[in-house]
Design a protein around this ligand. Structure first.
Ligand SMILES: CC(C)(COP(=O)(O)OP(=O)(O)OC[C@H]1O[C@@H](n2cnc3c(N)ncnc32)[C@H](O)[C@@H]1OP(=O)(O)O)[C@@H](O)C(=O)NCCC(=O)NCCSC(=O)C(=O)O
Length: 423
């Protein structure tokens, strides 16, 4: 509590408003936009980090004591209290620790809502209503607000009340039914496609609705789910079912639309290649010295090659096992045929190209010294994104944020006495 009072007094002495970068010649596109990040774990925090990277003032509202559960309970422990996972989804944010279960905590929340443009939450459906922080309640305070709820399965329908993680979304969307090898045990996508995908869809919808609200003065409620994100990613797979009536099955690394397009065996392991159209197919036969395959009626067209994929790959691998993966990748690329090495994450991030594209950022952090973050996946060349703030400590900015909404030390003391900052 005395920390928050000190913070409030210091902030009052040096008032500042986040979101107006002074260093860039042009401000970031979302400078001056205020986002309330009322979220935990991945989908919500990731979405808000993207908005923060684009310049928004992201205020992360967390329960006192634990904060976002990913700080302590999930991910890999570091020197300080926060996990590496948390540190990778929360840069460019400020943290306000308030107890939304208390009347006093909610007063602060409602005050913040008045100046907010976008709110993102991803608690179990019903939690925000129980906290009296749901859309209907806050809309009355700020009709311009764009309010995004992220959940496992959406806010309506028979599964709406279920809690959900990426794994449930991958299983229940059908994604796992096309992942892995035919007849093998269940396999999920190695990375959380439903979570990150949902975060991306939520972000694009929030930005569109924000533009709409600027034009009309009216915000809206956005209902995003991990389940629907996973379904939305299933374009090729459901196309097979809707187009041909056959149920798509897992194909390992192969593709249901084209062949050859998969990982293939070489002299020293595997590499990936794709000759997905007729031009590339004929070039491939030429560069690997197999004119017989180009002339073989079993492989004449893409549908023929798909129908005979197993024997096609057997034939290709008879040649591919004569040289190393690196040799083939080089030879295929020289002929303009897409090919690549199968790297581990360290090899990919530390590759000359990964480094050139700045996909690892080393951020100065008060507890960790340097902390590594995944770099910006797209680069805005006119207004390059920056790490303006390291991931915040729990409640690090409580005082300055309270001060910004006009609360002085005595008001903060009163809130504290009424349980606003107690776990
Ligand atoms: C992820 C969850 C399963 C986690 O479930 P739980 O840990 O049981 O959390 P819940 O959401 O049910 O509830 C959170 C509780 O925190 C309380 N809460 C939250 N914020 C506050 C503040 N500021 N103050 C006081 N209390 C608070 C809230 O009232 C709830 O209290 P009580 O009601 O008293 O308990 C669920 O939140 C969920 O289904 N979320 C939607 C989908 C989603 O985003 N999934 C995670 C994606 S990440 C992922 O899948 C992956 O990484 O993999």
């Amino acid at each position: 509590m005395s920390d928050i009072l000190d913070q409030t007094r210091q902030a009052a002495a040096a008032p500042q408003r986040e979101g107006q970068p002074t260093t860039a010649a042009r401000p970031l596109p979302l400078a001056g936009v205020r986002v309330l990040d009322v979220s935990q774990v991945m989908a919500g925090p990731y979405s808000c980090m993207l908005l923060g990277d684009l310049g928004a003032d992201v205020v992360k509202i967390e329960p006192p004591g634990t904060g976002d559960q990913t700080r302590g309970a999930m991910g890999f422990k570091m020197k300080g209290p926060d996990s590496m996972g948390f540190l990778n989804m929360n840069r460019n944010k400020r943290s306000l620790a308030i107890n939304l279960k208390s009347e006093a905590g909610r007063e602060v929340f409602y005050e913040l809502v008045k100046s907010a443009d976008i709110l993102v939450e991803n608690y179990r459906p019903g939690v925000m209503k129980k906290l009296k922080c749901d859309y209907e309640t806050v809309r009355a305070l700020n009709p311009r607000l764009v309010y995004v709820s992220i959940s496992g399965f959406g806010q309506t329908g028979p599964w709406a009340g279920r809690p959900g993680f990426d794994l449930m979304a991958q299983a229940m969307s059908g994604v796992m039914s096309v992942t892995g090898h035919p007849g093998g045990p269940p396999v999920k996508a190695g990375v959380p496609v439903a979570d990150i995908g949902c975060g991306l869809f939520a972000t694009h919808a929030a930005l569109a609705a924000y533009i709409g609200a600027k034009n009309t003065g009216e915000g809206q409620y956005i209902d995003a789910s991990l389940f629907e994100a996973a379904l939305a990613f299933s374009v090729w797979d459901i196309s097979e079912y809707w187009g041909r009536g056959t149920q798509p099955i897992p194909l390992g690394t192969a593709n249901r639309m084209s062949a050859p397009y998969q990982a293939v065996k070489s002299k020293d392991g595997y590499f990936v290649m794709g000759a997905t159209n007729q031009k590339l197919w004929l070039q491939l036969c030429e560069v690997i010295g197999r004119p017989d395959l180009a002339a073989d009626p079993r492989f004449a067209t893409n549908p023929d090659r798909l129908a005979n994929r197993e024997v096609l790959i057997e034939e290709l691998e008879k040649t591919f096992v004569t040289r190393t993966s690196d040799e083939w990748v080089e030879a295929l690329l020289a002929a303009g045929i897409p090919a690549g090495t199968m790297y581990s994450y360290p090899e990919a991030f530390e590759s000359e190209h990964g480094r050139h594209r700045q996909m690892r950022l080393d951020i100065d952090h008060p507890n960790e010294g340097k902390v590594s973050n995944i770099g910006f996946a797209v680069k805005l060349t006119g207004t390059p994104q920056q790490v303006r703030r390291p991931p915040p400590l729990l409640g690090q900015h409580s005082g300055e944020i309270l001060n910004e909404i006009g609360l002085d030390a005595s008001a903060v003391e009163d809130l504290a006495a009424r349980g606003a900052f107690a776990p």
